[in-house]
Structure formats: structure tokens, C-alpha cells
Design a protein around this ligand. Structure first.
Ligand code: HEC
Length: 197
């Protein structure tokens, strides 16, 4: 086989430019390494963990992490009407409703919208409900889902405390009447027929 690709240093000079075979300068290698690290860093942030640079998401994460550490304070919750109602109405428990909001932001907004006005899932801000008739039905729907209709069951994804808090938050969206998905289902009685709300 004829040698068609001679060593670069033996190539004839083209247009008066000669190819040399010098090692790369040290500063060049350092600059290349830094660019590669920065490129992978931005790729990581932009594609793999965009939430890390989203202030709203990191705020939610911080609030959830800090407050979840205090779960001991509220003990093990059960989804009774009394417990759900207390988180919705007691101003001293308002920060727990914010944890419910963070859980909602993380798990529910894809279908119910950031303000609960509905996307594929129903609008949770009006008085119309498909499955819910009273407060405990909100938690029951979250626990067991409505699989055939596209509402996942959360009993294996969230702790019972998280289910109670996100259900209280979801129920508290009622009455906001945010314009969004058209009302589905029937008008139901107020959460607190006595008028606590
Ligand atoms: C993948 C989409 C999806 C996600 C995620 C989702 N939902 Fe739903 N949700 C639905 C659909 C669809 C329905 C309607 C179910 C039906 O028609 O039986 C529904 C129904 C509900 C209802 C009952 C509404 C009614 O009219 O009776 C509540 C309450 C609810 N979801 C809360 C939540 C909460 C809280 C979360 C997050 C923990 C959540 N959903 C996450 C799709 C979703």
C-alpha cells in the first residue's frame, strides 16, 4: 500500500504554512478542561435538574424539608373531617397548609394546575365535584385515586401525613373560583355546613 498520509511534519508546506508538532500549551489544556467542566455543569442543570435553578422549586423544597423535619410536632395524622378541617381553618396550623401546598406543587399541578383550576384533572376551585361529597372524600380520592379516570392513587407515594396535608390544601382551594377547566360533576354542600368557613 502506498503511503498516502505521511507524518504531518513531513508534509510539504501549503501556502507557506508549515505544520509543526508541538505539545499543547499548558494554559490551553487548563482552559479546555474548565470549559468541559462548565459545559457538563450547565447540561446537568439545564437538562437533568432544571428545578435546581428554579427559585420557586427550591423554595418549595426548602420549606418542605425544613417543615417535614418537624412532622414529629403534629404526630401521625388520620384523614378525619376534624383533622382536615383543623388544618384548613386554624390560623396556628397555617404553615402546615403551606406544606400541603408544596406537596400539591410537586405532585398534583401537572393535572390540576398550579392554582387548582384544572388541566386534565378537574377544577378544584369551584363547588362542583365528581367523586367528592364531603371533606373526607377528598382524602379518600387522594388515597385510592380514580384510576380509570386518570387520577393516580397516592397511598404508596405519599405518607399519611402528606396525604392529610395535601388533601386539606386541595379542599381549601374550593371557593377560589379560578377560571380554568369547566365545572365537572355536581354542586355539593359546603365543607362546614355549620358555617365555619
Ligand atoms: C395524572 C393526573 C392527575 C394527578 C397527578 C392528580 N390528579 Fe387528582 N384527579 C385527576 C382526574 C382525572 C380526576 C377526576 C377523577 C374522576 O373523574 O373520577 C381527579 C380527581 C381529583 C379529586 C376529586 C375531584 C372531584 O371532582 O371529585 C381530588 C380531590 C384530587 N383529584 C386531588 C388530587 C391531589 C391532591 C393530587 C396530588 C396529590 C392529584 N389529585 C393528582 C387527575 C390527576
Amino acid at each position: 500500500m502506498p503511503d498516502t498520509d505521511p507524518q504531518p511534519s513531513h508534509r510539504p508546506a501549503a501556502h507557506g504554512i508549515e505544520e509543526g508538532n508541538h505539545p499543547l500549551p499548558g494554559w490551553w489544556s487548563v482552559a479546555a478542561l474548565i470549559s468541559a467542566v462548565l459545559a457538563f455543569g450547565s447540561l446537568f442543570l439545564a437538562v437533568i435538574r432544571p428545578d435546581l435553578t428554579d427559585p420557586a422549586a427550591s423554595y418549595d423544597r426548602a420549606v418542605t424539608a425544613e417543615l417535614q423535619a418537624q412532622f414529629a410536632e403534629i404526630g401521625n395524622l388520620t384523614p378525619t373531617a376534624g383533622t382536615l378541617g383543623a388544618f384548613m381553618t386554624d390560623p396556628e396550623k397555617a404553615r402546615w397548609l403551606r406544606v400541603g401546598q408544596a406537596i400539591f406543587t410537586t405532585n398534583c399541578v401537572s393535572c390540576h394546575g398550579s392554582e387548582g383550576a384544572g388541566v386534565s384533572g378537574p377544577n378544584l376551585t369551584d363547588d362542583h365535584y365528581i367523586r367528592v361529597r364531603e371533606l373526607t372524600d377528598v382524602a379518600d380520592t387522594v388515597i385510592g385515586g380514580s384510576i380509570a379516570a386518570g387520577m393516580p392513587a397516592w397511598k404508596d407515594q405519599l405518607s399519611m401525613n402528606e396525604i392529610v396535608l395535601v388533601s386539606a390544601y386541595a379542599a381549601s382551594l374550593r371557593g377560589g373560583f379560578v377560571e380554568g377547566k369547566e365545572a365537572d360533576g355536581e354542586v355539593i354542600a359546603p365543607w362546614f355546613p355549620g358555617g365555619a368557613d
